[in-house]
Design a protein around this ligand. Structure first.
Ligand code: PLP
Length: 404
């Protein structure tokens, strides 16, 4: 029989966070091994439960949520998102500018599908949350990675961005706070990105899903708010700060001047119509999430569980010889560096496989985040302190003898 093969469109599409190393972890679990999973930013399984008022509202609204909604989403949720951004000084935003999606993920794919023709370029950070690169490739675009500088607390390198802009560049993606590095970008860096976007007429796509998960004195600034003259797409949702990743509930907000983007916006409408609507019960979580008590603060302020876990994980990682790690100012991840003089790793996916098989510890290799060299990996600090201590202890033991 003729082989059934995947389309050419998928040729350059990869999403390593759920790639072959995870498949191997599942196989080991089926054999009866217990795997310590530091691979996915999914708060609920680690005991970070959703705020009660969200659950109450969704349960209460369930009987009314049986039918499809408007393609862009229910009015109460879209109004809540628009008001939320108005208060944060997003320019020229109203209810028609809000699209609800099955998580930010769906909206990222839609934004890229609607924008890119074959060969169009999109600037994406390296390291990145790899869905951005995958979505640009799937849409026929060319992801062009700009470097974030580890020496500068992982801030985007503005010179590198400037060098990589061509006449095919259509958009720049900003992930702030960043996954996997945990960087929260200073205002000047965002101003610098906005200047480049202004000069070269680029659309800005800002992924701000971690904007409320901040540590120490970090302050989050939305690029849409400081660059009112730019057409920005801001993405956010309930998966992280509100701990309901399984609900698949996110939104996209268009802000700034839109007259010149009418045609693109019509394309977004077509894509929103084609998928009918986002999961309706989960749309009902949005208004109460944004308007209710912000319980995430209890987790990130002094005495909070997430803050404590970040501190412990960061300290322990830095104690391992040949490992160094920038202190994340936001999000749920650490992105440690393996000093090539101490740990000569040529294939970091192999490193992740070997760590998994030997220590039953699951991490994601750095090249899976489109980082060019095999000298980083990502862990999540969602597990409790005792588990993090155990995991990082195993990592240290593994590294003390590991070579490739
Ligand atoms: N953007 C970033 C930076 C993420 O880290 C994630 C999930 O880890 C997503 C988007 C996807 O979020 P959602 O659950 O809303 O699809």
């Amino acid at each position: 029989m003729r082989a059934v093969t995947q389309s050419q469109k998928l040729q350059n599409v990869c999403y390593e966070i759920r790639g072959p190393v995870l498949a191997e972890a599942k196989r080991l679990e089926e054999e009866g091994h217990r795997i310590l999973k530091l691979n996915i930013g999914n708060p609920a399984p680690f005991g970070f439960e959703a705020p009660e008022d969200i659950l109450v509202d969704v349960i209460q609204e369930l009987p009314t949520a049986q039918g499809y909604s408007d393609s862009k989403g229910i009015l109460s949720a879209r109004r809540a998102v628009a008001q939320h951004y108005e208060l944060r000084r997003f320019p020229r935003i109203d209810i028609e500018d809000i699209y609800l999606g099955n998580g930010v993920s769906e909206l990222i794919v839609m934004a890229m599908q609607g924008l890119l023709d074959n060969g169009d370029e999109v600037l994406i950070p390296a390291p990145d949350y790899p869905l951005w690169t995958a979505a640009a490739s799937l849409a026929g675009g060319t992801p062009v990675h700009y470097v974030c500088d580890e020496q500068a607390d992982w801030a985007p390198d503005l010179d590198d961005i400037a060098r990589k802009i061509t006449d095919r560049t259509k958009a720049i993606v900003v992930i702030n706070p960043n996954n996997p590095t945990g960087a929260v970008y200073p205002g000047e860096v965002l101003e610098g990105i906005a200047d480049l976007a202004r000069k070269h007429q680029l659309i800005v796509m800002a992924d701000e899903i971690y904007d409320k998960i901040l540590y120490d004195d970090a302050v989050h600034t939305s690029i849409a708010a400081i660059a009112p003259d730019l057409f920005c797409l801001t993405f956010n949702g309930l998966s992280k700060a509100y701990r309901v990743a399984g609900f698949r509930s996110g939104w996209l907000a268009l802000s700034g001047p839109k007259e010149h983007a009418r045609n693109y916006i019509e394309g977004l409408d077509i894509l929103a119509n084609m998928r009918l609507c986002a999961n309706v019960p989960a749309q009902h979580a949005i208004q109460v999430a944004l308007g209710g008590y912000q319980s995430i603060n209890e987790l990130i302020l002094p005495g909070g569980r997430l803050l404590e876990q970040r501190n412990v994980a960061w300290e322990l990682l830095n104690q391992i010889p040949g490992v160094s790690c920038t202190k994340p100012q936001g999000a749920l991840y650490l992105f440690p560096r393996l000093d090539p003089k101490v740990h000569a790793i040529h294939d970091d996916q192999q490193f992740a496989f070997d760590l998994l098989r030997e220590q039953k510890l699951l991490v994601v290799h750095g090249t899976g985040f489109n980082w060019a060299t095999p000298d980083h990996f990502r862990i999540v600090f969602l597990p409790r302190v005792e588990e993090l201590e155990d995991a990082i202890g195993r990592l240290g033991k593994f590294l003390s003898t590991y070579s490739q």
